[in-house]
Design a binder for this molecule. Sequence first.
Ligand SMILES: CC(C)(COP(=O)(O)OP(=O)(O)OC[C@H]1O[C@@H](n2cnc3c(N)ncnc32)[C@H](O)[C@@H]1OP(=O)(O)O)[C@@H](O)C(=O)NCCC(=O)NCCS
Length: 142
Amino acid sequence: MQIIRARKKHIKELADIFKALDTPEYKLRENDIRNKLETHKIYIAKTGGECVAAIILDFFEEACEIFAIAVRTAHQGQGIGESLVMFAEKIAKKRKCYKMWCWSLDRYNVKDFYIKLGFEQEGFVKRIFFGRDFYIFGKPLR
Ligand SMILES: CC(C)(COP(=O)(O)OP(=O)(O)OC[C@H]1O[C@@H](n2cnc3c(N)ncnc32)[C@H](O)[C@@H]1OP(=O)(O)O)[C@@H](O)C(=O)NCCC(=O)NCCS
């Protein structure tokens, strides 16, 4: 598996990968991703030449937010999500971030994924964005 920095030519594939995050209220579409390429760091995991997963990171005030992560269904459960988070963690440490963290919609049901990667549940916010429940997971880096 190879991890590369996403560029404009990847926008269509990224939008397709991030369909995994779709909810009735929230969708990351090509325009959103075009904007995120300007403001965030996006990395893609490739296997056999295919883009199979991606992560969007926001470095802000010495913290690293995982804004979004998704692995194509056929490639889930093979350690790719973990590799992307570990890759992000390395960058965050190099940038001397205090923390990795993310919001995670309750309905994604990925608490154990973050716990296995050393994150802790640091919050559970009820009926916030679009009235949905969200976890906040965090992992101190220094
Ligand atoms: C969540 C997601 C990114 C995980 O990626 P992945 O490549 O399938 O996960 P990995 O194979 O790297 O799993 C790492 C560990 O987390 C566990 N894990 C992965 N997904 C999990 C889930 N949904 N619930 C509980 N545990 C999970 C795995 O069992 C594995 O543990 P193990 O090492 O003990 O076997 C991926 O399943 C996905 O894209 N899901 C749909 C989109 C989504 O929900 N994104 C997260 C939004 S916050």
